[in-house]
Design a protein around this ligand. Structure first.
Ligand SMILES: Cc1cc2nc3c(=O)[nH]c(=O)nc-3n(C[C@H](O)[C@H](O)[C@H](O)COP(=O)(O)OP(=O)(O)OC[C@H]3O[C@@H](n4cnc5c(N)ncnc54)[C@H](O)[C@@H]3O)c2cc1C
Length: 355
């Protein structure tokens, strides 16, 4: 703050934080940590107890992280991870916050949620250190600093409050009455959809996907398909290094699945257009992001329009959805029939785990 006013004159710099860096951009490497004895033993135990694939007998839920080991699991390593973020990724954190690049699960994100959730770092000290770093480094734009502080002080604390206020109902909330099962490819990564395959690969390898992959790829697709929010929540709990009920559940059931309407004012539902704009995935994908119908059309598109059509009674009166419903209403009967047809084919293939 600058007295009673926000520093720089604006409360929010999101407008500057939706840039795409270009397909040849290489994000800084995340930090590496030499595993200590306890970490090594834990890793062995994880591999002995849980390792395996979805279709191995007995089925496994992945494997311990590969070398180099990227997660801070001690106070000392967590402080080093915080320094690494301030030094190498804070400058571009803001502008590329929403961008997705194949094989770059971390981009310029902080990778500090696990350390904070485990109590290795206090959120206040994270904010203070980042503010100090931005104060002495003229290269850190205000949009990066404001964006980061808002994530931690705004979102993280707010989500905790939502959990305290909305449990236990929130865990089972399902206001859109969605009951599809989670497609197998969330466990195996085996799908022709490049964005989904890449996000799942990050999760299978390191238990991590960044916020936009979680929200606009993994949850968005499950939402459009109509996956039961509780089942999606279970998947996030089983597969992420930073999963804790108090933070995963509000994010998955409410933000990602629009399960309860306790704070989300509309569903985070988007077609392939968003993913094409913010990522490099569509260029190399077998599906066409510009097509809605036909065998090569990106499955996001028909499912998106079908989602709006299917949930019109619930969503049409929401003033934030007016524009998208005007686009749906602009489609003639033949187009709607073709969309339903394509959505049905996509659903069939998801049923058979062949998408
Ligand atoms: C469907 C879905 C599931 C999620 N599940 C989890 C989870 O299990 N555990 C978890 O800690 N976060 C979760 N989040 C929030 C957010 O995506 C992660 O905190 C973030 O991606 C962690 O990576 P990072 O440390 O690199 O974060 P950055 O993108 O660098 O952000 C910095 C910090 O801001 C905080 N933050 C940002 N957004 C949120 C948010 N919506 N809720 C809470 N904290 C936030 C985190 O502490 C994070 O470390 C989820 C979001 C979605 C949409």
């Amino acid at each position: 703050m600058d007295g009673d006013e926000p520093l720089g004159g604006e409360w929010n710099y999101d407008e500057q934080n939706r840039q795409f860096p270009g397909t040849d951009y290489e994000a800084p490497d995340p930090p590496e940590f030499e595993p200590d004895d306890l970490t090594r033993r834990t890793r062995e135990w994880v591999d002995e107890t849980f390792a395996g694939d979805y279709d191995t007998d007995p089925p496994g839920v992945g494997w311990a992280d590969p070398e180099p080991f990227r997660w801070p699991v001690t106070r000392e390593a967590a402080l080093a991870a915080l320094e690494d973020f301030c030094e190498h990724r804070l400058v571009e954190f803001g502008p590329y916050q929403d961008a997705m690049l194949s094989g770059e699960p971390a981009m310029n994100h902080a990778l500090l949620s696990g350390a904070m959730n485990l109590g290795l770092l206090h959120p206040r000290e994270v904010i203070e250190r980042v503010v100090d770093a931005a104060t002495v480094d003229p290269d850190v734009p205000l949009s990066s600093l404001e964006g980061f502080v808002r994530q931690v002080l705004g979102w993280r604390e707010f989500v905790r409050h939502v959990y305290r206020e909305s449990m236990p109902e929130l865990a089972g909330a399902n206001q859109l009455d969605h009951h599809e099962r989670l497609p197998e490819c969330y466990w195996t990564g085996d799908t022709d959809m490049a964005c989904l395959a890449d996000a799942v690969e990050g999760v299978r390898t390191r238990g991590y996907a960044h916020h936009i992959e979680r929200l606009m790829v993994l949850s968005n697709f499950a939402l459009l398909y109509g996956v039961d929010p509780a089942e999606l929540n279970e998947w996030f709990h089983a597969t992420y290094v930073d999963a804790y009920h108090w933070v995963t559940t509000p994010n998955v059931v409410e933000m990602g699945s629009f399960g309860a309407g306790v704070f989300a004012t509309k569903p985070y539902a988007a077609s392939a257009n968003y993913i094409d704009e913010m990522s490099d995935h569509c260029g190399g994908c077998r599906f066409d992001p510009d097509a809605t119908t036909g065998a090569d059309a990106c499955p996001f598109n028909a499912l998106y329009w079908e989602f709006l059509d299917r949930n019109a009674d619930e969503l049409r009166s929401n003033h934030r959805m007016g524009l998208v419903y005007s686009h749906l209403d602009g489609k003639d009967e033949a187009s709607i029939a073709a969309i339903r047809d394509r959505a049905e084919t996509v659903r069939d293939r998801l049923d058979r785990d062949e998408l």
